[in-house]
Design a protein around this ligand. Structure first.
Ligand SMILES: [Zn+2]
Length: 205
């Protein structure tokens, strides 16, 4: 398992560095369509790898559940960019790529509030599924926002934007955070006093 974790960690670093090169500096980067599609694929890939790395941390979650939540994290990681459509009020690529403001899903404080509410809810009602779902959302938005922050900083409404985050800082954080959140999940589970994944389901039968 250690080797697998190491390989996934390296894959996240590679996906960040190589992905950014392909999206922004390759010979195809001039094409807006290519950039938009490749950018979404890189976000999805990092989200996918982050979720897989999270679940390799011996969390005692059934495989099928891991697969469902990994798919969810992958989709959300990429779909965060859907708010470009809300801001542009258009689906034309030219409008979507020439925005001078960011949408709600790119607001880091928005996700911090949503995921905190969900964590408190899952803790209160002892719902492990909601807790895992929340950590998937946390993984999705942190990986997406950190990568975007390499160009535009983090948007911490109402405090404004941070400076752009160094590429190597964002890549290393993307590779480390799944371990941090897996540890946080174990701590949350202990606080909830749910010993086994199925125990909360058994209690409700
Ligand atoms: Zn984005």
């Amino acid at each position: 398992m250690r080797f697998l974790k190491l390989m996934i960690t390296i894959s996240i670093i590679f996906a960040g560095l190589f992905g950014d090169y392909v999206v922004f500096r390759s010979k195809y980067s001039e094409s807006q369509l290519f950039r938009a599609a490749a950018d979404s694929i890189v976000h999805a890939t990092i989200g996918l790898l982050s979720a897989v790395l999270f679940f390799t941390n011996s969390l005692n979650i059934p495989l099928q559940t891991c697969i469902y939540y990994t798919i969810l994290c992958t989709v959300v990681s990429s779909l965060i960019d859907i708010d470009h459509v809300f801001v542009a009020k258009s689906i034309r690529l030219k409008d979507l790529t020439n925005l001078n403001q960011r949408g709600i899903f790119h607001c880091t404080t928005f996700w911090l509030v949503v995921t905190t509410i969900l964590l408190v809810y899952s803790y209160t009602v002892k719902k492990l599924n909601t807790c895992i779902l929340t950590y998937m959302l946390i993984l999705a938005f942190t990986s997406h926002h950190l990568r975007d922050a390499n160009r535009r900083g983090l948007w911490l409404y109402p405090f404004g934007h941070t400076a752009a985050i160094n590429k190597y800082v964002y890549v290393i954080l993307s590779a480390v955070l799944p371990y941090v959140f897996a540890y946080a999940y174990v701590c949350t589970k202990q606080l909830m006093n749910v010993k086994h994944y199925y125990s909360h389901l058994i209690e409700t039968v």
